[in-house]
Write a protein that binds this ligand. Structure first.
Ligand code: ADP
Ligand code: MG
Length: 346
């Protein structure tokens, strides 16, 4: 009997293997596996968007420093983010949980308080779910449904050479927040008397514990009259996501180091940890910002947005997805080993 280790395929290889066995046959299935959300025709002016994500204790979160309320909020936000990545508006969510008897009712109340806060913030209704017992800690699976005007949908595969690469917010802060929380945990385990040292790190810790989906950008683009030619949310780091856009669009890219948005706090703390802030922005993950491309002719319409950085442009050479450093050197952008199923929480 042949037994292939999962790690030989990796996460993306495994998804591709599943994808090959399930070619959609219904005319209403506009987009199946392979984008941030599935796209379904509703015979109206809008498409229906569906996206699902699972969070697993010990893989995606550590309850020794993640408050349940924050976890509930994050579980909704990361799904709403995938709807935003299609240029869509979220409408409903279902939430399924697997619980072990280690959890008290009050703990589940906390989790749902966070879910409720996110439902209010993103104006979505919780409309169902499933509840089951679990032997391996807490599991949360959320499905989000959204809508997008058919003329405004943004797929991963629509970028053209010369399109401008746009990034919302700043990158790397969520990863830096995680490093701070893990350091805190290690130090606490060594010396429980120690006082936490996170006071001036609230931005970074907040980015890790309470990420926000950029639904605001979807509205901003709508108002500006700009439809991104391609879009993805940044859950795994800029490197992995720009490669997705390029691979699916058949383009290359040039990303300029000096235009990759990184917050001052991220710079300072990266220095403390002796890691390169650029590496973190490229490979850190969990920022849930949006990466998108626009036609050059749309630049004027959003060039003054305080939420958007213009980081480079798409090229016609799919073999070259490059980072141009401040000194002018060019390096190929690679997704750094995260795709292996060994430890990547995506
Ligand atoms: P994202 O990071 O945006 O959540 P993923 O990398 O998790 O996207 O998934 C990429 C695509 O693969 C999506 O279309 C998703 O629905 C699909 N997918 C992931 N896992 C499975 C699975 N086990 N079966 C079917 N489709 C899957
Ligand atoms: Mg996504």
């Amino acid at each position: 009997m042949i037994r292939t280790e999962l790690a030989t395929l990796g996460e993306f290889g495994l998804i591709e293997r599943i994808n090959q066995q399930f070619t959609p046959v219904l005319p209403q299935t506009i987009k199946g596996i392979g984008d941030d959300a599935a796209v379904i025709d509703t015979a109206t002016d809008e498409y229906l968007l569906v996206s699902t994500d699972m969070l697993v204790e010990g893989v995606h979160f550590d309850l020794s420093y993640v408050p349940l309320k924050h976890l509930g909020y994050k579980a909704i936000a990361v799904n709403v983010s995938d709807i935003a990545a299609m240029n869509g508006i979220p409408r409903q969510v279902t939430v399924s949980i697997g619980l072990s008897n280690r959890f008290f009712v009050e703990a589940i109340d906390e989790l749902y308080a966070g879910i409720q806060a996110a439902c209010e913030a993103y104006k979505v209704d919780l409309v169902g779910g499933d509840t089951t017992s679990s032997r391996s800690g807490l599991l949360i699976s959320v499905t989000a449904v959204g809508v997008v005007d058919k003329t405004k949908i943004s797929y991963r595969n629509g970028a053209q050479p010369n399109d401008i690469i746009c990034i919302t917010g700043d990158l790397g802060a969520a990863y830096m927040g995680l490093q701070l929380l893990e350091r805190e945990k290690r130090e606490f385990l060594e010396n429980p008397e120690m006082q936490p040292q996170l006071e001036d790190k609230s931005y970074l810790v907040g980015r890790q514990l309470k990420p926000e989906a950029r639904t605001d950008i979807v509205y901003e683009l709508l108002e500006a009259g700009v439809v991104p030619t391609s879009m993805i949310d940044i859950s795994d780091g800029l490197a992995s996501e720009i490669l997705h856009l390029c691979n699916q669009s058949g383009t290359g890219a040039q990303v300029f180091e000096e235009n990759v948005p990184i917050a001052d706090d991220t710079f300072l703390t990266a220095d403390e940890f002796k890691i390169s802030p650029l590496t973190i922005a490229l490979n850190g993950g969990e920022d849930y910002e949006l990466l998108f491309t626009i036609k050059q002719s749309d630049y004027e319409k959003i060039k003054n947005s305080p939420h958007i950085s213009f980081a480079g442009f798409m090229t016609n050479d799919p073999k070259n997805v490059e980072l141009v450093t401040k000194g002018g050197s060019r390096f190929p952008i690679k997704a750094q080993g995260w795709q292996h199923l060994t430890n990547h929480p995506s």
